[in-house]
Design a protein around this ligand. Structure first.
Ligand code: FES
Length: 102
């Protein structure tokens, strides 16, 4: 798999997969939540991203990458080639081995 943090958001009947770090300071998105306006909200400083397209409602120049996703046999699948290509265009500065225990 591509060496990119992802987050799966299951809200109402929809499942979305986004880049797993907030654009502000790179915090992992596990503490995020969805508000009443269908925005994915960072739990650290409350930056927002529209669930449907990943664009910040507050600042439209901030776009959280959303990857092609589908459900197959009860599993959530994401387009690995798309994630890998995005990762090649956006080299990650984070040491993932430290929190993955590697
Ligand atoms: S780290 Fe998420 S808004 Fe600042």
């Amino acid at each position: 798999m591509a060496d990119i943090d992802l987050v799966i958001v299951h809200f109402d009947d929809a499942v979305s997969v986004f880049y797993g770090r907030y654009l502000h300071r790179g915090a992992l998105m596990y503490d995020g939540f969805v508000d009443g306006n269908d925005n994915l909200i960072c739990g650290v400083h409350n930056w927002d991203y529209k669930l449907e397209i990943g664009i910040s409602e507050y600042n439209n120049s901030e776009v959280l990458e959303k990857f092609s996703t589908w459900i197959e046999g009860g599993d959530v699948l994401v387009d690995e080639d798309e994630v890998r290509a995005w990762g090649n265009d956006n080299p990650q500065p984070f040491n993932r081995d430290a929190y993955l225990g590697l």
